[in-house]
Design a protein around this ligand. Structure first.
Ligand SMILES: [Zn+2]
Length: 304
């Protein structure tokens, strides 16, 4: 399998979407079990189109955008096999002019998960990891998971955590047993303190804990906020104020494709108070710096 090497020409792209889900693989296997797919479609009152990786690459290429792609491995909690992060990395390698692969391992997999994370980085070239504490059913502040964070910090790759409420499990019996509180961004404050060289993305407006996310991001400069999953029309005022001013260097464009498309996000951002001066950083430059796509000397990780 070819190891991913990034070949993105920063001058040729207009934006980097840091939050894109691969939900189906080349064999037609879905990232979520059928009952959850149905419930999510009902919650969003639409059947969501779930394109495969190569179609997603084409979609982004047409728009002159790059995209960070990943799945979520929640094998333990879902009792459903995850999509292969190795295959996602290989697909990103095929489309390395526009795609950047993040891996996912089930944190509840213990030492095996740490070993697999290392192999995904070393052998497959993933540039970060996606976590979803509510769907994976783990408390990210629990030191049980510190060996995993240590492996990511050592390798200089990014950790992206879902934060805030989620549509996954919504309306199902007991929310299918999923716990929203695990996605409180304040649980990441200690992780950022104990792993000061680990770059952490707190994904989404963290409803109903926006103030918590802003407090963490203000205090821990190794944390970032992505703006995915919500139309910009519904961003909390405090988040928009921060993105315009004191956090403008660490706020990132993300869509949460396929649930929300970058087209809709960009259309709706025009109707917000986000300042035109803040947008180049949010849309592209901050992510380029975080992911080491720009001048290595200015990257927080010190290497591309
Ligand atoms: Zn996500």
């Amino acid at each position: 399998m070819t190891r991913y090497e990034c070949a993105i020409d920063l001058d040729a792209i207009e934006a980097i979407d840091v939050h894109v889900h691969i939900e189906v693989d080349d064999h037609g296997h879905s990232s979520l079990p059928a009952d959850l797919v149905e419930a999510v479609s009902a919650y969003f009152t639409t059947d969501i189109d779930r394109p495969d990786l190569d179609s997603i690459a084409t979609y982004y290429r047409e728009r002159r955008m790059a995209a960070v792609v990943f799945t979520v491995d929640a094998t333990t909690q879902l009792g459903h096999p995850a999509l292969s992060s190795e295959e996602i990395a290989a697909g990103a390698a095929r489309n390395n002019d526009v795609l950047i692969p993040f891996g996912s391992v089930d944190p509840r997999g213990g030492a095996a998960a740490v070993g697999r994370a290392r192999r995904l980085i070393e052998d497959h070239g993933v540039r970060g990891f996606k976590f979803h504490p509510t769907v994976q059913g783990f408390d990210p502040s629990d030191e049980t998971y510190y060996p995993l964070y240590a492996a990511l910090q050592d390798a200089g790759v990014v950790a992206l955590f879902h934060t805030g409420q989620t549509g996954i499990g919504a309306g199902m019996r007991g929310g299918r047993g999923f716990r929203l509180a695990l996605s409180n961004p304040m649980l990441l404050d200690g992780v950022a303190a104990d792993f000061p060289d680990l770059q952490i993305i707190m994904a989404h407006p963290s409803v109903p804990w926006q103030d918590e996310a802003l407090a963490v991001a203000t205090h821990k400069h190794n944390t970032w906020i992505d703006l995915s999953g919500w139309s910009p029309k519904y961003f909390p005022d405090a988040l928009v104020r921060a993105a315009n001013s004191y956090l403008k260097g660490r706020v990132l464009f993300g869509s949460d494709f396929p649930l929300l498309t970058p087209d809709r996000w960009i259309r709706d951002v025009e109707h917000t108070a986000l300042k035109p001066e803040a947008l180049p950083g949010i849309m592209k430059d901050n992510a380029a710096r975080l992911l080491g796509l720009s001048d290595p000397r200015t990257s927080p990780q010190g290497a591309s």
